[in-house]
Design a binder for this molecule. Structure first.
Ligand SMILES: C[S@@+](CC[C@H](N)C(=O)[O-])C[C@H]1O[C@@H](n2cnc3c(N)ncnc32)[C@H](O)[C@@H]1O
Length: 359
């Protein structure tokens, strides 16, 4: 290689990566193959999703593979007979991916060096993973169309500032949706991304079923099952809504509101999350996240921070466990949320939250 490299271990995989200064935050474009150790959780998720949904003979596409880290980990750690295509249009990435396949003696892997949209226009895959620099919008339609009926599309977005409302016009241009900068803007941003995927799918008579959609570090990820058919597309579109705000109260309903359109339905599939079995060597961080997603899957949309409810009803923010416990004692659903450690989700109305807080 014409640049310095180092070999790192992730999961059961050895990956040769460029030796570069590591910066926090989203990746920046360079001619060198990109590798961010901080995105390990995202790759761990790819591995457990593949372990849970794929069977022998299935086809996987790591569409923007860079060093090949994600696709290689799927090939090696699922131990199935999968056909994994690792694609990156950068020829330097192509060479490094080839070396990484050889280094790991990975079976069933092939490497391509194409523009992703052109590859997606020809192939069909049971799992399509798209992990771009910044916004994924230019790949979403072709990724969903290239996913088999019942297959899974996984989309990462690192333009979180746009989706969270710091750049309102960019969000309207890219996602055809109005964002809102609020205490709960990360949930709104994730729902805007998911709403975009839903509308892209519907344009080609496909529906989506979210399996696991989340916010972590500096990115959002939407992992959805794709179902073919006009009726599936219609029922998917019925799950879009808009944000309405009344004082502290907030809801997602069909009528035009202060933010949206966005996905107004569940973004975590409880049955899917229950069926996940994590490999024993996975980091503790991933099992803690899985536990939180499982808890949150039973909750209604949107959340309140303890600071917000304190400002409205009492002087000091309540302890999270205390407010969740008190809401449950009154028969309400109440859970933590992965979006913020100081927030809770509940089906209690604002008046009930206030009454419970004051007692
Ligand atoms: C953020 S990196 C992918 C990181 C990788 N998934 C991982 O887990 O380490 C994005 C990659 O997409 C590639 N890329 C950008 N546009 C592309 C396109 N239109 N077609 C194919 N590859 C593309 C870049 O060369 C880069 O390697």
């Amino acid at each position: 290689m014409s640049f310095e490299t180092e070999v790192i271990n992730e999961g059961l995989t050895e990956i040769e990566v460029p030796r570069v200064e590591r910066l926090r935050g989203p990746g920046r474009k360079s001619h060198l193959p990109f590798f961010n150790p901080l995105m390990r959780t995202n790759r761990d998720v790819s591995v457990f999703v593949a372990l849970t949904v794929l069977s022998d003979g299935d086809k996987v596409l790591d569409g923007l593979a860079a060093t090949g880290a994600s696709g290689l980990r799927i090939a090696l750690e699922t131990k199935g007979e999968l056909a994994v295509t690792l694609n990156d249009r950068n020829p330097i990435c192509h060479d490094l991916i080839t070396r990484n396949i050889e280094r790991n003696r990975a079976k069933g892997c092939s490497v391509t060096c194409e523009d992703l949209n052109s590859l997606l226009s020809r192939g069909r895959f049971d799992l399509v993973d798209v992990d771009p620099f910044g916004t994924p919008v230019r790949f979403v339609e072709s990724a969903v169309r290239a996913t088999t009926d019942g297959g899974v599309t996984a989309i990462t977005a690192t333009d979180t500032a746009v989706l969270c409302g710091s750049r309102m016009k960019a969000c309207i241009r890219r996602y055809s949706s109005r964002p809102r900068r609020t205490d709960y803007c990360h949930e709104l941003g994730l729902r805007i991304l998911l709403g975009y995927v839903a509308r892209a799918a519907a344009r080609f008579d496909r529906g989506i079923e979210p399996l696991l959609c989340f916010s972590a570090d500096h990115y959002f990820r939407a992992i959805v099952r794709v179902r073919r058919g006009a009726r599936r597309a219609d029922s998917t579109l019925e799950k879009l809504g808009n944000l309405h705000v009344h004082g502290l109260g907030r809801e997602l309903i069909p009528e035009k509101g202060v933010a949206g359109p966005l996905w107004a339905d569940a973004f975590l599939d409880a049955a899917f999350l229950e069926s996940v079995k994590l490999p024993s060597y996975f980091p503790h961080k991933v099992s803690k996240l899985l536990e939180l997603w499982r808890e949150e899957a039973s909750s209604p949309p949107l959340f309140y921070t303890t600071g917000e409810v304190a400002r409205e009803f009492v002087s000091e923010p309540p302890a999270l466990d205390r407010i969740i416990g008190a809401l449950r004692d009154e028969g309400f659903i109440a859970t933590r949320t992965h979006f913020r450690p100081d927030a809770f989700k509940t089906n209690a109305d604002v008046e009930s939250i206030g009454r419970i807080l004051r007692t």
